[in-house]
Design a protein. Structure first.
Length: 279
């Protein structure tokens, strides 16, 4: 199957992209790496009247340290994030999670911002953004605004982006020296969509535990976070991992199985964190 016909325009700057979208109308879509959008078009799961190519906007690429934050341009390729010494040194959670994003060919084309803006419930990077207290930098005709990751992911493929707005960067505060991270996912094969996954950041007196692949969007676990902060045993933390969360089954696993996966992944991640602390 092939996509329906659509108009096409190539933007030369952020301002040009916003202008082209305003001209094209609310149904227009931005395209960068296209690793998810093109598949949706070809299966006719999405039929936008117009595509606006933002892939040539250099200002949307690159990784930069700005004070106590690391800024990842929205068009930075997954492969470049994975290869970055800044990511390896400052954000090891992303460095650990990135090899699980699809396959090398897709990481060579797919973009960090594209993954975040798509908000696929089974994607790794949105959950990492939640665990890392990331902030989304958004441009629109009305100017720039910032949205915390906690407020950005609203539902299945639904975010706080308004029609015509463009995610330009993700800014992540540098974790404290005492911070510890954990990551894990279960998939039928490496590179497949995760049936369940967890990303977590722990600091003295604080914890952020984010799941993906089990709900309509990446979601934090207040119960697991509270249990970790209280110093509860591993089994108790794992048992409470999905407490209070809306879990959605799919063709790969029903709700009860997803809850079990989340508990297992939580325990495994905490065990790895403990082993790192002893090393």
């Amino acid at each position: 199957m092939k996509s329906t016909a659509f108009a096409f325009a190539r933007a030369t700057s952020i301002e040009d992209a916003l202008h082209l979208h305003a001209e094209a109308g609310e149904g227009a879509k931005f395209i960068a790496g296209g690793q998810s959008l093109l598949a949706a078009l070809n299966f006719r799961l999405d039929e936008p009247p117009s595509l606006i190519d933002i892939g040539g906007i250099a200002d949307l690429r690159g990784l930069t340290l700005i004070g106590d934050r690391l800024r990842i341009g929205a068009l930075t390729r997954h492969a470049d994030v994975l290869a970055s010494p800044l990511i390896a040194h400052h954000l090891p959670l992303i460095a650990e999670a990135m090899p699980h994003v699809a396959h090398a060919a897709i990481r060579n084309r797919g973009t960090f911002g594209g993954s975040v803006a798509l908000a696929d419930p089974a994607a790794e990077m949105p959950a990492c953004c939640l665990a890392l207290s990331a902030e989304m930098v958004i441009e629109g005709v009305g100017g720039t605004r910032r949205v915390a990751a906690d407020d950005f992911f609203l539902g299945m493929y639904e975010t706080a982006l308004e029609p015509g707005e463009l995610l330009t960067a993700v800014e992540i505060p540098l974790p404290a020296a005492q911070a510890r991270h954990g990551f894990g996912e279960l998939a039928r094969r490496h590179g497949d969509y995760a049936m369940a996954g967890v990303a977590m950041m722990l600091t003295p007196g604080a914890a952020r535990v984010a799941f993906f692949g089990i709900s309509e969007c990446p979601v934090r676990s207040p119960a697991a976070e509270a249990a970790i902060i209280a110093g509860a045993p591993l089994q108790e933390v794992a048992a409470r991992a999905t407490e209070g969360l809306d879990i959605f089954g799919d063709p790969n696993a029903d709700e009860d199985t997803k809850r079990h996966y989340a508990a297992v992944l939580t325990r495994r991640a905490l065990v790895r964190i403990a082993h790192r602390g002893q090393a």
